[in-house]
Ligand binder design. Structure first.
Ligand code: ATP
Ligand code: MG
Length: 579
């Protein structure tokens, strides 16, 4: 069996190919000496949900460029909103980043650690005449913002004196006012064509408990204020974020200048978000899926979360490979095909997974001329030659013993009573190879009263032991099988996409929940060869011809539970061609 891989901390996997625009910019900055060749990035998740594959793109980019240019990447929790955040999310995020193969060497940071400094920056702004306390309601502020074509209106409180502003801001902090009574706003330009620059709110009153600062604060900074200043406090050089923050860049730069951050200042650069077919990547929607029980939890293998993909069996190397293949683009990209992700997963798993046999939908075959009490044990390689053989550095046995007997299970779909010409599996009168064992020929079937096949009768040719015919007789089909006497029943979870390819698949007038695929999880009891009994959670195998599987955390000793990670694409076509 193959154990869950440990993160590989070495690789610069994106070295090949043309440089993306972010790496080009970093190299320009290094060449001009802007930051003295320093490259310092950060990955800034808000701990209000679990990380998903979109975050992986940002992680691979931020940690990746830091690694490539000898720099540093901070893991910074952007925890400025006390209402939605939780330590459970903090722990899961750390775990997922580590699992993806990145480390932050003590640079685990929290925006909330800067609340004191941020407060001082706000006072500096007030003293510089660049911020004021507004006592309008949220509705009034919203209503006077103007539109894309019309300027907004100045607040009647805009010209408060410095002393009055400092006093009010201090009393906001001291808890003298209820939520919503006042806000601190930047004093910029209510006529700016960029709506973000129309006296944006910097602080609001929120009498709420924070998961790290407790009840110390009752005013909390807004994202735009906290983010650029956190970048500056940490000495970030390249602040990489997704395109929806493009309009925030002007404010980012304005705030750093307004509080007097010396140059060179951190610079924000935007890149396109990752979107993948069949995947919903909005945190709000993912939270809803979990809270309303549409999935079993954040780590349900149908979720696009890193914990879900991990549990499904996706290796971290495959996710990094996928992110590198998708690349980084400046403009909003197209939606990436899920099949590219599966391709990366298969490519990785094909190299590392041992192969064993199990039958997902068993039907019994009885070999009439095989002695009743006889059991033969065949030695079978975990890594057959046609799969590339045993991988380098593989520890543990290279083969195992598999029992064969008179009664076996094969896959129900591997038999057809009225088989078309091109059906190379078992059918009355036809001969097939049982993998590594014998050639068998079907002599007939037994049916129950409902007309279903309960037993397939066969004869075997003892001269074909090992699965080869001494007289050079060819068979077109090779079937996997499991001896009935030694078969281990295993719970096996088979997955399909949780959603259709795109929102367009949602029925007219429905919400995204109406797009949920009711068949996204199918649980079957497979029959597996006895060697499978020893797997531990996290172990991976290929069930020959059926796909890649990972032993789930729900496994118990001797009672494995498997998640199908991916099917084997085109395995049939290939096998038919080989013969
Ligand atoms: P929210 O709506 O809660 O802000 P978010 O997806 O932006 O959701 P964050 O925790 O703020 O979540 O994201 C952390 C970082 O990951 C941000 O820099 C964000 O730009 C980036 N990120 C989030 N989603 C994607 C995505 N689909 N593709 C690339 N980067 C992403
Ligand atoms: Mg965000």
């Amino acid at each position: 069996m193959t154990t869950e891989t440990t993160p590989d901390m070495t690789g610069n996997e994106s070295g090949a190919g043309p440089k993306d625009f972010i790496r080009v910019k970093i190299e320009e900055d290094n060449a001009s000496g802007k930051y003295g060749k320093r490259v310092h990035t950060r990955f800034p998740p808000e701990p209000n949900g679990y990380l998903h594959i979109g975050h992986a793109k940002s992680i691979c980019l931020n940690f990746g460029v830091a690694r490539e240019y000898g720099g540093t990447c901070n893991l910074r929790f952007d925890d400025t909103n006390p209402v939605k955040e939780d330590v459970e999310y903090v722990e899961s995020i750390k775990n997922d980043v580590r699992w993806l193969g990145f480390s932050w060497e003590g640079h685990e940071l929290y925006a909330s650690d800067y609340f004191g400094k941020l407060y001082e920056f706000a006072e500096t702004l007030i003293r510089n005449g660049k911020a004021f306390v507004d006592s309008q309601s949220a509705e009034e502020i919203h209503a006077t913002r103007g539109t894309l074509t019309e300027p907004g209106k100045n607040s009647p409180y805009r010209d408060r004196s410095e002393a009055e502003n400092l006093d009010l801001f201090n009393r906001m902090k001291a808890g003298e006012f209820p939520d919503g009574a006042h806000v601190l706003r930047a004093k910029i330009d209510m006529a700016s064509p960029n709506v973000m620059m129309r006296d944006p709110v910097l602080y609001r009153i929120r009498h709420a408990h924070h998961h790290r600062t407790g009840d110390t604060w009752c005013i909390y900074p807004m994202y735009d204020f906290a983010h650029c200043l956190s970048d500056s406090i940490e000495g970030i050089t390249h602040s990489l974020c997704t395109l929806e923050f493009e309009n925030n860049r002007e404010l980012y730069n304005w705030l750093l200048a307004a509080v007097g951050v010396p140059t060179p200042r951190p610079e924000q650069t935007e890149f396109a978000r990752l979107n993948v077919t069949h995947m919903v990547l909005s945190k709000r929607k993912l939270i809803q899926l979990v809270r309303e029980g549409h999935v079993a939890g954040w780590d349900d293998p149908r979720m696009p979360t890193l914990s879900g993909l991990r549990r499904k069996g996706y290796p971290p190397e495959a996710i990094r490979d996928f992110c590198n293949r998708v690349g980084v683009a400046r403009a909003a990209g197209t939606v990436v095909e899920y099949s590219l992700l599966e391709f990366c997963v298969r490519e990785r798993l094909n190299a590392i997974c041992s192969r064993v046999m199990a039958v997902l939908d068993p039907v019994k075959i009885v070999i009439e001329n095989y002695p009743e009490d006889r059991v033969e044990w065949f030695d079978m390689p975990y890594f057959p030659k046609e799969g590339g053989g045993t991988p380098e550095g593989h520890a543990g046995p290279e083969s195992r013993k598999v029992p064969f007997g008179r009664e076996l299970y094969i896959e129900r779909e591997d038999f057809l009573e009225d088989a078309p010409k091109k059906f190379f599996r078992l059918a009355p009168g036809k001969e097939v190879r049982l993998r590594y064992a014998y050639y068998v020929t079907c002599t007939g079937v037994v049916k129950n009263a409902a007309g279903e096949i309960t037993e397939i009768r066969c004869t075997y040719d003892p001269a074909t032991k090992g699965g080869d015919s001494p007289d050079g007789r060819k068979v077109k089909g090779t079937l996997h099988w499991v001896a009935a006497s030694h078969a281990l029943p295993v719970e096996t979870r088979l997955y399909e996409h949780l959603f259709g390819a795109s929102e367009a698949d949602i029925p007219e007038g429905g919400t995204f929940l109406d797009g949920i695929n009711p068949d996204s999880l199918r649980v079957v009891t497979a029959m597996a060869e006895p060697a499978v009994a020893d797997v531990k959670a996290g172990d991976r195998v290929q069930f020959e011809r059926l796909g890649y599987f990972r032993a789930d955390e729900d496994s118990a000793p001797g009672k494995p539970v498997f998640n199908r990670t991916a099917t084997l694409k085109d395995s049939w076509a290939k096998e038919a061609k080989k013969e």
